[in-house]
Design a protein around this ligand. Structure first.
Ligand code: PLP
Length: 399
């Protein structure tokens, strides 16, 4: 089948819930994707922050293949070695105490909400608790996750969602404090907002929230589904901010491309919240996906991907300065590590720039607030950055 036939067949049969770009990807290698016609694309999107190791990493693939030949499903009724290994490694690198594996990011958010509610229920012997979330946040598309997602367009057709969610303004501590009352059991936020427009938190904002959560026994949930696993220059972004959450959410890059997420809790939360019977999932933490977690953590550490982010991020940012200087429509850039956004004015649409870049052989993303979003694999080189920046500059000037 040629690309036209593949696109038509897809549209004939798949529920039209995505507007896909006119490209049919066939394979990947390193930081390069190939379409079915053999055209090359430099990937600065990583399948939305998933392919941190790049494509076709031999050690990663070998680990998955070995697990396929042994066991890929057994259910959570039984023990298996891959879960034991992955759980230990993830607790170690995240600095958290206990982990629950899920199948997606949204499902990790759901688990965190239930955990926070159960913690308050145990502690204060009542239900009826609410949650504070942030404007412009993104936590996923399931009903619970959507309830704490602060983007009106995603929500309005599905109201009423989960009750008692209050939205505060990101990086405005007073708005958070104003939303706190005796019914609040949790605050959820992304240390670096992704879909909402690539917005890093101010350190002071997170510190003040941590303090009020301690004073009021409120559970602090950090959604690091996009910004975690090395992307921002520390394994988890909270480690660089030096503000530790009570519940940490991770997914996207966690499985190196296989679908897996997790929520992690401190001992304080684990010892007084969910117990057997409260929560579960058929696939979550299956042998195949946990083998992928183990391999992706091993390779992130062995190849010092966090070191690569920290050594190249200043260069990437200096090149983004050049973009802002040379393209009238680019009014600024912001981000952390390899999670960067170029803010565009209203003379141009980020989604159109994404199309031009794609034509020119560069895969990038857009984000809310008319931002061009870059989430490259963590293995990129200086030369990859140079090539991407050339195409971005060209695309901003011709779109
Ligand atoms: C992608 C994302 C999610 C949702 O993850 P899914 O795997 O798509 O369900 C939640 N939070 C953040 C910050 C994300 O970037």
């Amino acid at each position: 089948m040629n690309s036209k036939e593949i696109m038509d067949l897809t549209e004939d049969n798949c529920f039209h819930v995505y507007n896909r770009f006119n490209v049919v990807f066939d394979k990947g290698d390193g930081v390069t994707l190939y379409d079915v016609e053999g055209k090359e694309y430099l990937d600065f999107a990583s399948g939305i922050g998933v392919m941190a190791l790049g494509y076709n990493n031999k050690e990663f693939n070998d680990a998955i293949k070995a697990q396929v030949d042994k066991l890929y499903h057994t259910s959570n009724l039984y023990y298996h070695p891959a879960l034991a290994d992955a759980a230990k490694k993830l607790c170690e690198i995240s600095g958290m105490d206990k982990v629950f594996f899920t199948n997606s990011g949204a499902e990790a958010v759901e688990g965190a909400i239930k955990t926070a509610k159960k913690y308050a229920y145990n502690k204060y012997d009542r239900s009826g608790y609410g949650i504070i979330a942030m404007d412009n946040s993104f936590h996923g598309r399931t009903v619970g996750a959507l309830s704490v997602t602060g983007t009106e367009a995603y929500r309005k057709a599905f109201l009423p969602l989960m009750d008692k969610v209050t939205f505060a303004t990101y990086n405005d501590y007073d708005s958070v404090e104003a939303a706190i009352d005796a019914d609040i059991c949790a605050i959820i936020l992304e240390p670096v907002q992704g879909e909402g427009g690539v917005m890093p938190a101010d350190k002071e904002f997170l510190q003040k929230i941590r303090k009020v959560c301690d004073e009021r026994d409120i559970i602090l949930i950090f959604d690091e589904i996009q910004c975690g696993m090395g992307r921002t220059g520390s394994v988890y972004a909270y480690q660089d901010y030096d503000v530790k959450p009570d519940i940490l959410l991770t997914a996207k890059a966690l499985g190196g491309g296989l679908p897996i997420g997790a929520f992690l809790v401190t001992d304080k939360v684990a010892s007084s919240s969910l117990v057997p019977g409260d929560h579960g999932t058929t696939y979550g933490g299956n042998p195949l996906c946990t083998a992928a977690v183990k391999a992706s953590i091993d390779l992130m550490l062995k190849n010092d991907l966090v070191g690569n982010v920290n050594s190249l991020a200043p260069y990437l940012e200096s090149k983004l300065d050049e973009v802002v200087d040379s393209c009238k429509c680019a009014i600024g850039h912001r981000g952390k590590g390899f999670m960067q956004g170029i803010v565009l004015d209203d003379s141009i649409k980020a989604s159109d720039v994404v199309k031009t870049c794609l034509d020119k052989g560069l895969v990038v993303l857009s984000a809310g607030g008319n931002v061009l979003r870059l989430l490259p694999p963590l293995v990129i080189s200086k030369e990859d950055i140079d090539k991407a920046i050339e195409i971005i500059k060209y695309s901003l000037n011709v779109t």
